[in-house]
Design a protein around this ligand. Structure first.
Ligand SMILES: Cc1cc2nc3c(=O)[nH]c(=O)nc-3n(C[C@H](O)[C@H](O)[C@H](O)COP(=O)(O)OP(=O)(O)OC[C@H]3O[C@@H](n4cnc5c(N)ncnc54)[C@H](O)[C@@H]3O)c2cc1C
Length: 493
C-alpha cells in the first residue's frame, strides 16, 4: 500500500471564511487532525476552521458519526412515528371519529415498518450528507478511512486506496463508542440485534424482548409498544431507568405496563440464542423467554482500541475511556479527546461542547471549562423525561439543604385540553437562598419545557425569579412557574 503525505488541506479546499485576520495568519500553520466525524469531531472541526487552523477530519463510516447514522437521528425518527401513534390513541377522547370503522379500535392505525425504516435511513443519510457538505464548504478536508495515532504528532489514515500520513500540531480523538456485546448473546443482525441493526427490520416484530432498562432500552421498548408490538422489557434492577429520578421512573414503568408491556424487574439475562423461527432469552434464575426478536441494550464500549492511544502515551481509565480534564486535554500535550470515547457524559450535546472547548483551548481562544450542571438531558419515551442540574439523590448525598415541590400536569388547563394525563414538574431549590439546583419535567415534549429550568440552573436564578415571569395562559410552562411559586412558600415556612 503506498504511503502519501497529505498537503495543507484547508486553503486548497477553498474555505469561505472571508478575509484572513492577523490572528488567523498566525494560526495558519496549525495543523489540526480530528479522528472521528460525530458531533464531538465535526463541531470541533468547524470551530478550528473559524479560528483559522488547517483542519482534516478522518472518518471511517460516515460524517455525523454514530449520532447521525445509528443512534440519535434514527432512534428519534422512529420515536416520532411512535409518538404519533400515542397521540392518535387519544383521538377518540378528543372527539375524533374514523369514518366507517369502530371507535376505539386499536388496530385502526397499522405500522408499515418498511416505510418507517426507509424514512429513518433516508433522513440519516441526508443529515450525514449535509454535515459533509457544510464541512467541505468551510474548508475542512474530509478523509474517509481509519485513523490512528503514530505518536503524538502524526496520524496515519488507511483509506480504501492507500495509507496517508498526516503531520499534526493538534490531534482531537473523537472516536465515540459502540454497543456492548455479550458473547452469550452475540448479535446476528436478524433476530439478535443491537440498536444499530434495528433499522433493517421490514416488519414489526411480533414479540420483541428488550434486554436492558437504561435509557436506550426504555426508549426502544416504549417506542415498539406504541408501534403495536408485543414487548417484554428485561431489567436486572428493581425498576426501569435505574439512576434516574425515582418518581419519573415509577410513573413511566406504570405507563409501560398500562400499554401492555411486560416489565420483568430483578431479572438478569444471561444469554440469547436463535430458534427455528425466533429467539430464546435465558434469565439467571433459569427462566426462558420466547420472542421473535431480541434487542440487546446493555451499554456501550468506548472505541479506544486500535487507535494508537496508549502507544502515544495517552492515559485511559480502567473502563477504557480516554482520561480528559475540563478543557478536553488528555495526558499528552497536543492530544485532546471529546465525546463518548471520554465517558464524561454520553450525550451528543456534551460531545459537541467538549470538541468546541478542545479547539478553543488548543488554538488560544477564550475557553470556559466544561460544566455538566447546566446540561439538560432527555429520555424520549412517551411521556418524555427531561432533567437538569442536581438530582434528589445527589443533593441528599452531598448534604445540600434543599426544598422540593412537585405538581402533576393533570392539573394544568392546557394538559386537560390536550387530553394529557401523565407527567409532572418537580424543582429542587436551595433551602435558604431559593436558588434552583435541579429539575425534572415529565410530559409531552419535556425536552422543550426543560429549557427555562436549564437557564435557571446555569445562571443560578432563584425560584422567585422563575416565578416572576408571566407565562402564556394556558400553557404547560404555567406549571413550571407554579411549582416555583410553591417553593417560595416552602422557603417562607
Ligand atoms: C440509541 C441511542 C440514542 C441516543 N440518543 C441521544 C439523544 O437523543 N440525544 C443525545 O444527546 N444523545 C443521544 N445518544 C448519545 C449520542 O449518540 C452520543 O453521545 C454521541 O453520538 C457521541 O458523539 P461522538 O462524536 O463522541 O461519537 P459518535 O457519534 O459515536 O461518532 C464517532 C465517529 O468516529 C468514527 N471513528 C471511530 N474510530 C475511528 C477511527 N479510528 N478512524 C476514523 N473514524 C473513527 C466512528 O465511525 C463514528 O462515526 C444516543 C445514543 C444511543 C446509543
Amino acid at each position: 500500500m503506498p504511503r502519501v503525505a497529505a498537503s495543507t488541506p484547508a486553503r486548497e479546499a477553498g474555505g469561505t471564511m472571508g478575509r484572513v485576520s492577523d490572528r488567523e495568519q498566525d494560526l495558519q500553520a496549525t495543523r489540526v487532525v480530528i479522528i472521528g466525524g460525530g458531533p464531538g469531531g465535526y463541531e470541533a472541526a468547524l470551530v478550528a476552521r473559524r479560528l483559522g487552523a488547517d483542519v482534516t477530519i478522518v472518518e471511517q463510516s460516515g460524517l455525523g458519526g454514530s449520532a447521525v447514522l445509528t443512534d440519535v437521528v434514527p432512534s428519534k425518527t422512529l420515536i416520532a412515528t411512535a409518538e404519533w401513534m400515542t397521540i392518535a390513541d387519544r383521538a377518540p377522547e378528543l372527539g375524533i371519529r374514523t369514518t366507517g370503522e369502530p371507535v376505539g379500535d386499536a388496530a385502526r392505525h397499522r405500522i408499515d415498518m418498511a416505510a418507517v425504516n426507509t424514512r429513518v435511513h433516508s433522513l440519516a443519510a441526508a443529515q450525514s450528507a449535509d454535515i459533509r457538505a457544510r464541512l467541505e464548504r468551510e474548508g475542512v478536508r474530509v478523509l474517509l478511512g481509519h485513523g490512528r495515532l503514530d505518536g503524538p504528532t502524526r496520524v496515519l489514515v488507511t483509506t480504501q486506496e492507500d495509507e496517508v500520513e498526516l503531520p499534526a500540531d493538534v490531534v482531537l480523538v473523537a472516536t465515540g463508542a459502540t454497543p456492548r456485546e455479550l458473547p452469550e448473546a452475540a448479535p446476528d443482525g436478524e433476530r439478535i440485534l443491537t440498536w444499530t441493526q434495528l433499522y433493517g427490520l421490514r416488519s414489526l416484530p411480533e414479540r420483541l424482548i428488550v434486554v436492558g432498562s437504561g435509557v436506550t432500552g426504555a426508549e426502544f421498548a416504549g417506542a415498539y409498544v406504541s408501534l403495536g408490538a408485543d414487548v417484554v422489557l428485561v431489567s436486572s434492577r428493581d425498576r426501569v431507568l435505574p439512576g434516574e429520578d425515582a418518581d419519573a421512573a415509577e410513573l413511566l414503568e406504570g405507563i409501560f405496563t398500562e400499554r401492555g408491556m411486560t416489565v420483568l424487574s430483578r431479572s438478569r439475562a444471561t444469554g440469547a440464542r436463535r430458534t427455528a423461527d425466533g429467539v430464546e432469552v435465558t434469565l439467571q434464575d433459569g427462566r426462558v423467554l420466547e420472542g421473535s426478536h431480541v434487542l440487546m441494550a446493555v451499554g456501550s464500549v468506548p472505541s479506544t482500541q486500535g487507535v494508537g492511544l496508549e502507544e502515544a502515551g495517552v492515559r485511559l481509565t480502567p473502563s477504557g475511556h480516554v482520561h480528559v480534564d475540563k478543557v478536553s486535554r488528555t495526558s499528552v500535550r497536543g492530544i485532546y479527546a471529546a465525546g463518548d470515547c471520554t465517558g464524561v457524559l454520553p450525550l451528543a450535546s456534551v460531545a459537541a461542547t467538549q470538541g468546541r472547548t478542545a479547539m478553543a483551548h488548543a488554538l488560544g481562544d477564550a475557553v470556559s471549562p466544561m460544566r455538566l450542571s447546566g446540561v439538560a438531558a432527555n429520555i424520549f419515551t412517551a411521556p418524555e423525561i427531561a432533567t437538569v442540574g442536581a438530582s434528589e439523590v445527589q443533593l441528599a448525598e452531598q448534604g445540600v439543604p434543599y426544598a422540593v415541590d412537585i405538581l402533576p400536569l393533570a392539573r394544568n388547563p392546557r394538559a386537560k385540553m390536550l387530553g394529557v394525563r401523565h407527567g409532572f414538574v418537580k424543582i429542587f431549590a436551595h433551602a435558604t437562598s431559593g436558588q434552583v439546583l435541579g429539575a425534572v419535567v415529565v410530559g409531552p415534549r419535556a425536552s422543550e419545557s426543560i429549557f427555562p429550568l436549564a437557564l435557571a440552573v446555569t445562571h443560578r436564578l432563584t425560584v422567585d425569579q422563575v416565578a416572576d415571569i408571566a407565562t402564556v395562559y394556558p400553557s404547560m410552562s404555567g406549571t413550571i412557574a407554579e411549582v416555583a411559586r410553591m417553593l417560595h412558600r416552602s422557603a417562607e415556612e
